[in-house]
Design a protein around this ligand. Structure first.
Ligand code: ARJ
Length: 418
């Protein structure tokens, strides 16, 4: 068995069953395994990965291994690792360093371990692994052909690094594939964030003022699902076009200063720090619940919350009650970490099927073309999006129409008017 560090290896049988469950709902991934298991495009490659250890990620890891890669892995968030999955992966021979409830020190220790196999490819969610390579182990860069990045926050930072000429190898922005951001970020985040809120609180959503900070793709998904459950959805935004879209979708737009006074449930989806701060905690209603689904835990200023609260206690798993100086009790979920992964199981397998198909194909592209790519951030071709969407649709049992040759000609014809 490879080296590993997990919480409890005896959880492996339960984890294995969950991975089988995910596999049965990830037909695109299973078709990629079938397609590449003989040609072995990743043979001779060592992949270091830093991405939430969930049943869906396990399917991605198994696919990368089936295509020939050697793998070492850590989680990309101290609270998102599912310990049974980590155990099952270790028992299945993966080098994995991940457990739920890591300290910051544990977190970086785990990344350090994954880099000991001198990777040729990196795979990130949030860019912590790439940053560690650049800042702490620059000598590893000479062996690294390229990397992939899963999420908006990571892509943002990597683009800014590339702009400053600081990126030392090519990176593919998996997040920017249409079959990722337009599905995972919207419907994945929408469902899994509500799932996290419900597991942590079991409150009724109908009739509540549900405040969504940020109306990007993730915010749109949260708003959509909260509305479907009967909430009055309030959006806070900084970008005029995003706020305008929210109003035409039927939501109310307010500043956070106003929303803080009326909200029953708050969720931050902005990727920005200090979205909910001291002045907001001070005006929140009795019983207000707040959480975050953005990548980092800086959106809710917990330091300020702790500094003003008279006391706190954990009242349910992933739910902390803070008593304010005015006597009101307000509730923070999952310590301000991604509520969908810390309090629930992350996005459903069906949608991760497409995100991870993009991850897999991006890794294969780097293995085959990476040496001729530049040290910048690349998008995924639209052709790959269409292929993934087609396989997904087909496995769901849907069929498409086809344009006739006359229609194709019509489309590009500039000689005809009315
Ligand atoms: C692994 C997940 C899952 C899940 O793709 C999503 C993204 O961009 C993230 C930001 O950190 C989280 C990631 N994600 C959501 N659900 N990764 N397994 N089940």
């Amino acid at each position: 068995m490879a080296n590993y560090k997990v919480k409890d290896i005896s959880l492996a049988p339960q984890g294995k069953m969950k991975i089988e469950w995910a596999e049965s709902r990830m037909p695109v991934m299973m078709s990629l395994i079938e397609k590449y298991k003989d040609s072995q495009p990743l043979k001779g490659h060592r992949i270091a990965g830093c991405l939430h250890v969930t049943k869906e990620t396990a399917v991605l890891m198994r696919a990368l291994r089936a295509a020939g890669a050697e793998i070492s892995w850590s989680g990309c968030n101290p609270l998102s690792t599912q310990d049974d999955i980590a155990a099952a992966l270790a028992e299945d021979g993966f080098e994995v360093y991940a457990w739920h409830g890591q300290s910051t020190e544990d977190f970086y220790w785990s990344i350090d371990q994954t880099l000991k196999n001198k990777p040729t490819l990196t795979l990130d969610d949030g860019a912590d692994l790439i940053f560690t390579v650049h800042n702490k182990y620059p000598e590893l860069v000479k062996d690294i052909i390229g990397g992939t990045e899963e999420t908006t926050t990571g892509v943002h930072r990597l683009r800014s690094m590339a702009k400053d000429g600081k990126l030392l190898y090519p990176v593919i922005a998996v997040n920017d594939a249409e079959t990722k951001w337009d599905f995972d970020n919207v419907y994945g985040t929408g469902q899994s964030s509500i799932d996290g809120i419900l597991r942590a609180t079991s409150v009724m959503i109908a009739g509540k003022n549900f405040v969504v900070a940020g109306y990007g793709h993730c915010g749109r998904g949260c708003a959509l699902r909260a509305k479907g459950l009967g909430a009055n959805v309030i959006i806070t935004e900084v970008k005029p076009t995003a706020a305008l879209k929210a109003t035409l979708e039927g939501y109310t737009v307010m500043t956070m200063d106003e929303a803080a006074k009326v909200g029953d449930i708050f969720i931050t989806t902005t990727g920005m720090k200090d979205v909910i701060v001291k002045k907001h905690f001070e005006t929140m209603k009795e019983g207000a619940i707040f959480c975050n689904t953005g990548h980092y835990d800086c959106e809710i200023n917990i330091k300020e919350l702790e500094s003003i609260a008279k006391s706190k206690r954990e009242v349910r798993a992933n739910c902390e009650e803070y008593t304010m100086p005015n006597g009101r009790k307000i509730y923070l979920l999952a310590q301000g970490r991604l509520v969908n992964l810390a309090a629930a199981e992350g996005h459903p397998s069906e949608v991760m099927d497409m995100s991870f198909a993009n991850q897999f194909l991006a890794q294969v592209r780097l293995a085959t073309e990476g040496k001729s790519m530049e040290n910048t951030v690349y998008d995924i071709d639209n052709a790959q999006d269409q292929d993934i969407a087609l396989v997904k649709l087909t496995t769901m049992g849907y069929k498409l129409d086809k344009l006739t040759p006359e229609q194709v000609a019509y489309q590009d014809d500039y000689t005809m008017g009315t």
